[in-house]
Design a protein around this ligand. Structure first.
Ligand SMILES: Nc1nc2c(ncn2[C@@H]2O[C@H](COP(=O)(O)OP(=O)(O)O)[C@@H](O)[C@H]2O)c(=O)[nH]1
Ligand SMILES: [Mg+2]
Length: 456
């Protein structure tokens, strides 16, 4: 497959000021010479990585297609590490498609999605993490995300992973030395091994926890708005969306199904879910709504728990505070434009760690503070670490690494011999190999590159 020379339009579809066609492979220059006629230079005079002026020429029909610039990047100093040619034309879909057609007639094959980057990976110019980051940068929805992806393209995360692998390799060699020469006292003490494993585990856990921030930027996090009927959930939902999406009424039980809408706060997305009041109801439709609401809430990334501060708290309120204690929650004392009747300390006593705010969804009091709290609690990176995981694939592999480290630590603590816990550490290197793509799993590779656009 790598013998073939590939061609594709690298700029987005549609009309534009410029359009770029790329060729990569051994015959890239030979093919370019068949379809591109230089204006003032001979091909001998064409310098690497410099633009030369010319025209696209159809040799068969003796017709001119466009005026264009060409740049030649000889291997290995190119994006793909192969001979690569870029032709910049006017951004006309008709012209660009004709250039591709001429290129294929001259011996190139139309590239698959992501095939240029795939080649960069197969030739070892980038690892899998860097390749994934290329697509992330293109698809970034905020400058913050773009910055993270650029850092990963430049190898930030890969170096981090490399350092982790080095730590594991070093530990393995010490341990294996100890297994072989038990009597010579060449080994490593259990205390030092524990210390090293714990350090590695901390690094890995930090990365795993960064995935939440990563997902907030890419897919968005689910936040369920829960509370009893009539406390103002739908009013709050509408206020945060800045539109009248949900029906608000003074009658309890108005919202029976659920609504889901997305808001953006800073660089992150949140899917707000408004649902029926979570409390027992005799009405069958409401009952079903309550059941579904409970399921949605338990699956959500976070909870906005709304209480009506203008009334005395009920047992149902207190039950909800207690029920969502294990989840990341922000407690909201709504209707704070009215005189307060609720016993705040009593509610807060049930979940001392939770963040809380007095708001009024009706008059918009403290909503900006709520937006900031949502961002800080759910999307902000708590450790100030630069590395952020943007892919579930990466997070799942790191979780496997963490579980090996944890197992090794617990076996070590329980006094098992090296042979036993070293087995767990040994499992880590193949996992790291899959992360960086050093170990190639075809399905994973196909999956990653099929998400790219053609021409990248
Ligand atoms: N005074 C006041 N009334 C509110 C506030 N939020 C909601 N309400 C009123 O409370 C009633 C129930 O609101 P709704 O959003 O439908 O509650 P839900 O059943 O929890 O979705 C409506 O009459 C709202 O206008 C608030 O902050 N202050
Ligand atoms: Mg409602």
């Amino acid at each position: 497959m790598l013998d073939e020379t590939i061609i594709a339009i690298s700029t987005p579809p549609g009309y534009g000021g410029l359009g770029i066609v790329r060729l990569s492979g051994r015959k890239a220059l030979r093919i370019a010479r068949k379809i591109f006629r230089l204006r003032r230079k001979t091909w001998r005079e064409v310098e690497p990585r410099a633009l030369v002026l010319g025209e696209i020429y159809d040799g068969e029909k003796k017709g001119l297609i466009d005026e264009a610039f060409l740049a030649y990047f000889p291997a290995p100093r190119s994006y793909t590490r192969e001979d690569l040619v870029e032709i910049s034309c006017h951004g006309s879909p008709v012209v660009l498609e004709e250039v591709v057609r001429l290129g294929t007639k001259a011996g190139a094959r139309v590239a698959h999605p992501g095939e240029f980057t795939l080649r960069a990976y197969l030739h070892g110019r980038v690892d899998l993490i860097q390749a994934e980051a290329v697509n992330d940068l293109i698809a970034a929805t905020s400058l913050a995300q773009a910055r993270i992806s650029l850092g990963q393209i430049r190898g930030g995360l890969s170096r981090h992973i490399g350092a982790l692998r080095d730590q594991i390799v070093e530990l393995m060699s010490l341990v294996e030395g100890a297994i072989e020469f038990t009597d010579d006292g060449l080994g490593i003490s259990p205390k030092e091994t524990t210390g090293r494993l714990e350090t590695a585990l901390r690094t890995v856990q930090k990365l795993i926890s960064s995935y939440r921030a990563g997902r907030a930027m890419t897919e968005g996090l689910e936040l369920a708005i829960v509370g009893r009927a009539n406390v103002g959930k739908s009013t709050l939902f509408n206020a945060l969306l800045d539109q009248e999406r949900a029906i608000v009424s003074p009658y309890p039980g108005t919202t029976r199904d659920y609504l889901r809408e997305t808001i953006k706060i800073k660089d992150s997305f949140f899917h707000l879910i408004d649902m029926a009041g979570l409390e027992d109801s005799p009405h069958p439709v409401e009952k079903e709504g309550v059941k579904r609401g409970g399921e949605l809430a338990s699956q959500a990334d976070g909870i906005l728990l709304v209480l009506d501060a203008s009334r005395r708290e009920t047992l149902a309120d207190l039950r909800l505070v207690d029920r969502f204690k294990p989840k990341k929650t922000i407690l909201l004392f709504n209707k704070s434009d009215l005189p307060r009747k609720i016993d705040q300390p009593k509610c807060l006593a049930l979940n001392r760690k939770t963040r809380w705010l007095e708001v009024s969804a009706l008059i918009g009091k403290n909503l900006e503070a709520l937006r900031n709290a949502i961002y800080d609690d759910f999307a902000l990176r708590q450790d100030g670490n630069d590395e952020v995981l943007l892919h579930l694939r990466q997070k799942l592999l790191f979780e496997q690494v963490a579980s090996c480290l944890e197992k090794a630590l617990s076996l070590l603590r329980d006094g098992y011999s090296e042979e036993v816990w070293a087995e767990e550490i040994r499992r880590i290197l193949p996992l790291i190999g899959q992360l960086t793509g050093e170990i190639r799993v075809d399905e994973v590779i196909d999956n990653i590159f099929s998400r790219f656009c053609v021409g990248k």
